[in-house]
Design a protein around this ligand. Structure first.
Ligand code: NAD
Length: 352
């Protein structure tokens, strides 16, 4: 029997497919904008320049200083640049780091955002912004943060290196997994979550074998989009909170942290989430969802221990303290001893 639920659709307009970046100018025109500032990381300047070419006179500046975890000092510099060129909108072209910068600008200026994601991290579909200041990452939600238009162009994902694609794919899968046991889950989001995991699980091995295969990339991006919708529509639990805490405290790389922690967080919650695990198993065509996930991660050649991505051992205790200090919704209550146990295991990569 269905429980009572609330479903709120996300207001973003989504374009999906190959070559969709060529629609950028049309979308800018649709929004009535004339002075766009294009954002990127230093590594994706060439792509930002391509966007400027497509925009023609509607491009007034580029800012290519986006970096992981949206540090406030970078946002301050980008805001000065937006003011100097009198931008009336931003194009964020890249992964979650660039999209985070676009959101941080929109939060403070209400400038409309057109987002062109090139990873599978999923920030584009959420009204969520995480920002870092003094080693601490704080997260907020709000309507100004939600991008107005998202252009998913499969072709732009073909250059994402295979291991980075796997890491980013697991990041996406984590959004769907936690949505299946979120306190505010609902039937629509659960459908998206299950289909998202199915698509990612199916496509990842193909993408690793042949990163330039547009069909596998299409399926992976489709799964990432669905998973991103899940992240934007439900509140996340232990897994996401731990990733944010660790990312802020130790400047750990985002996707790697998600990929390493996911099987451990699911194991912690397992006694409280039988239905979610059944759905995850169905999506992966496996009896044991956590086992299938671990198997796939092992085959992807990604780091499997937090110590291998820069977390100090004493960080385990700090993370436990943080998790206990900021209580939040999680299907299994957060208790220090079992949490310490799984974090120690994730740190050493010793398995669930
Ligand atoms: P990223 O944006 O930092 O990208 C990683 C690197 O890959 C960068 O150097 C980038 O230039 C490069 N890159 C991106 N796409 C590429 C491509 N197609 N080809 C070649 N290189 C490419 O990494 P990410 O994992 O996408 O994003 C992480 C950030 O996003 C974190 O700060 C995280 O907190 C944030 N995030 C936020 C949300 C949210 O809803 N607020 C959701 C997910 C992630």
């Amino acid at each position: 029997m269905l429980d009572r639920f609330i479903y709120q659709g996300l207001p973003a307009r989504v374009l999906f497919g190959r070559g969709t970046i060529t629609k950028l100018s049309e979308e800018v025109e649709r929004l009535g904008l004339t002075r766009m500032m294009v954002l990127s990381t230093p590594e994706q300047v060439a792509l930002a320049e391509r966007a400027c070419e497509l925009l023609g006179v509607r491009a007034v500046a580029t800012f290519s200083g986006a970096t992981m975890h949206t540090p406030i000092e970078v946002t301050v510099r980008a805001l000065e640049a937006a003011k100097a060129c009198m931008a009336d909108g931003v194009v964020a072209l890249g992964g979650g780091s660039t999209i985070g910068l676009g959101k941080a600008i929109a939060l403070r200026t209400d400038l409309p955002q057109i987002v062109i994601p090139t990873t599978y991290a999923g920030s584009e579909m959420t009204p969520i912004l995480g920002e870092t200041q003094d080693d601490r990452k704080t997260t907020q939600r709000g309507p100004r943060i939600q991008p107005e238009v998202v252009i998913y162009d499969v072709d732009l994902t073909l250059t994402l290196p295979p291991v980075m694609s796997a890491l980013s794919g697991f990041n996406a899968m984590a959004h769907a997994a936690e949505a299946l046991y979120a306190s505010d889950r609902n039937p629509v989001v659960s459908l998206m979550a299950e289909e998202g995991v199915r698509a990612i699980y199916e496509a990842l091995p193909e993408v690793l074998l042949n990163p330039a295969d547009p069909n596998a990339r299409t399926t992976l991006l489709y799964g990432a989009w669905l998973s991103a919708c899940c992240l934007g529509s439900t509140s996340m639990g232990l897994h996401h909170k731990l990733c944010h805490t660790l990312g802020g405290l130790f400047d750990l790389p985002h996707a790697q942290t998600h990929a390493i922690l996911l099987p451990y967080a699911l194991t912690y919650n397992a006694p409280a989430i039988p239905e979610a695990l059944t759905r995850l198993g169905r999506a992966m065509d496996a009896e044991c969802a956590i086992g299938a996930l671990i198997h796939l991660e092992g085959a992807c050649g990604i780091p499997l221990a937090l110590r291998d991505i820069g977390m100090p051992e004493e960080g385990v205790e700090r993370a436990v303290e943080e998790a206990l200090a900021n209580p939040y919704n999680n299907p299994r209550p957060i208790e220090p001893a079992p949490l310490r146990e799984i974090l120690s295991r994730a740190w050493a990569g010793s398995g669930v």
